[in-house]
Design a binder for this molecule. Structure first.
Ligand code: PMP
Length: 287
């Protein structure tokens, strides 16, 4: 039995007791947005940045933020305190609330707010050292991939394509250019230079993406933010995926072909280590 405690519309309760009405627009339309915030040693990592992105997503779907940043912060701390484990990840979701099924936005309806926290298991040493299998696919998602929307059907279909062939993530291309993964941003290394896709409507502005570019700058690793043609990505020395829960992982085979020499590359190793060091420093400062 799960002992997880969740928050739903002002109340804390066991996960198994949390209920929403079937007419919630999150259920009916996927009309909502969410965030996933990693928590290390019970301290949320880059919380301000996650809350800024939440505001951006809410603005994009024209939904008023039901809480101030200070309230979100208190709530995140409370849910972490009520759950087990030093390392967790907080999932929060806001939907447009409960109303008779009609595409038009309902008037005077309170948004549904749901928050839970689960144990965070970052990738094992073995996964970090061996890298992961990736496949490629044509990005068929909508044109607002910058919104962290709960409408994730396309992302689920994408992820399953990878799982069906024993791979972990899908590297997507749209109109001949790299976009991102089903649940991650994608970086490539070419001639020792780190290449990152621009933050536009075709990708989620990743919090880990920002950290990686900051760490590369601090380490003096050359980086370029620009569109990456498919042929360049396929010929890359290194390919990585980044996300709040997976951190940074090297893609060591793409469509069954080795990336570079088939092992996580030297630039990956430096940034991966820098990320672990950075996490420790931030957590010490917060203590
Ligand atoms: N792109 C997509 C589609 C994602 O789902 C995620 C993970 N939420 C990311 C990128 C990475 O974002 P972050 O580093 O903020 O977790």
């Amino acid at each position: 039995m799960s002992t997880e405690i969740v928050y739903l519309n002002g109340e804390f309760m066991p996960l198994g007791d949390a209920r929403i009405p079937v007419l919630d627009r999150g259920f009916i339309f996927g009309d909502g947005v969410y965030e996933v915030i990693p928590v290390y040693s019970r301290r949320p990592f880059r919380l301000a940045e996650h809350l800024r992105r939440l505001q951006r997503s809410l603005d994009a779907i024209r939904l008023a933020n039901p809480m101030s940043d200070a309230e979100w912060e208190r709530l995140a701390q409370e849910i972490v305190a009520r759950n087990q484990g030093e390392d967790q990840y907080v999932y929060l979701q806001v939907t447009r609330g409960v109303a008779r099924r009609d595409h038009a936005f309902p008037q005077n309806v309170k948004p549904t707010v749901f928050v839970m926290s689960s144990p965070l298991t970052t990738p094992s040493r073995e996964t970090v050292e061996n890298g992961i299998k990736g496949i490629t696919a044509t990005d068929f998602r909508w044109l607002r991939c910058d919104v962290k929307s709960t409408s994730l059907l396309a992302n689920c279909l994408m992820r399953q394509l990878a799982l069906d062939v024993g791979a972990v993530e899908v590297v997507m291309f749209r109109d001949g250019y790299l976009t991102e993964g089903s649940a991650s941003n994608v970086f490539v290394v070419k001639n020792g230079t780190l290449l990152a896709t621009p933050k536009n409507h075709l990708v989620l502005p990743g919090i880990t993406y920002d950290v990686v570019l900051e760490l590369a700058a601090a380490a003096g690793i050359p980086a370029e933010v620009r569109e990456i043609p498919e042929h360049e990505a396929r010929a890359a020395e290194e390919i990585w995926i980044t996300s709040s829960t997976k951190e940074i992982l090297a893609v060591t085979t793409l469509d069954e072909k080795p990336v570079g020499d088939g092992k996580p590359g030297p630039v990956f190793r430096r940034i991966y280590q820098a990320y672990q060091d950075y996490k420790r420093t931030v957590m010490r400062q917060a203590a």
